[in-house]
Design a protein around this ligand. Structure first.
Ligand code: HEC
Length: 140
């Protein structure tokens, strides 16, 4: 099924909105009330969930080597490790931990601007990255 960007935004906004609106509650309680997206704190792992997405879609232009061993680092952005990602691009940080909407990493993938010239990330991949940022962009 093809999702419009507005449907995608709606689906992503619901769990975040819930978490923001109910900051008085522990995240685990919010999660119990929300069965469709039942993320508890740090449910997303950088190494297991986020890094493979970047590896598959991004590092060819951001820090990885091509078949000849040449390394491309568009905008000085290296997405091959947590530490390099958190350093950011030539303009600085691309992740605002806890706040996906203010993170350039998110705004560049949200509507498919990145990967440049490639297929946009899937709804699931977008959700993983957005949740990882919302959970504090941890090195977990
Ligand atoms: C085919 C090469 C290519 C691929 C693949 C690619 N990028 Fe990029 N990226 C670029 C280029 C070129 C720029 C600078 C021009 C622009 O902003 O459009 C850029 C810019 C960016 C920026 C903006 C940095 C800043 O500080 O403004 C971010 C963030 C980014 N890319 C993230 C990603 C992510 C995440 C992926 C994978 C989902 C990805 N890119 C895949 C080529 C690529």
């Amino acid at each position: 099924m093809i999702w419009t960007r507005f449907e995608v935004m709606g689906v992503l906004a619901v769990p975040l909105g819930l978490m923001l609106a109910r900051t008085d509650l522990p995240l685990t309680l919010v999660a119990q009330g929300e069965t469709q997206f039942s993320y508890t704190e740090a449910e997303i792992s950088f190494s297991e969930d986020v890094a493979p997405i970047l590896e598959e879609n991004c590092v060819i232009c951001h820090g990885g080597a091509d078949e000849n061993g040449a390394i491309k680092k568009e905008m000085e952005l290296d997405l091959t490790s947590y530490d390099a990602l958190m350093v950011g691009s030539e303009f600085g940080s691309i992740v605002e931990p806890g706040n996906a909407e203010d993170s350039i990493l998110w705004t560049m993938i949200e509507f498919g601007d990145m990967p440049q010239d490639g297929e946009p990330l899937t709804t699931e991949e977008l959700e993983v990255i957005k949740t990882w940022i919302a959970e504090g962009a941890q090195n977990n």
